[in-house]
Design a protein around this ligand. Structure first.
Ligand SMILES: [Zn+2]
Length: 89
């Protein structure tokens, strides 16, 4: 029986990200993907820190305050709170 991707065996929450928006890992970050700003034509990158396990965003708000609406909209914790989730397309 094939496993339902919405209920992975470890019961981690699943983030739905289209394949076109997913990015390769870099040295510090994994589970990287692009999001489009609703208020401009900018593209920001959301990713999970490989060691500290928290999620971050490349937008100005996150860079200065460690929180932003992009993470909040997706349901990811801000302020460098460690959180495990799976990316699935
Ligand atoms: Zn952001």
């Amino acid at each position: 029986m094939s496993q339902d991707v919405n209920t992975a065996s470890n019961n981690l929450p699943v983030l739905r990200v289209s394949q076109a928006m997913q990015l390769r890992d870099n040295d510090q970050w994994e589970n990287r993907f692009e999001i489009h700003s609703e208020t401009s034509n900018r593209v920001y990158i959301i990713a999970q820190h490989k060691k500290k396990r928290h999620w971050g965003c490349s937008c100005p708000s996150y860079r200065t305050r460690r929180r932003c609406k992009h993470l909040e909209d997706i349901g990811l914790p801000t302020n460098e709170t460690p959180y495990e989730a799976l990316i699935r397309s």
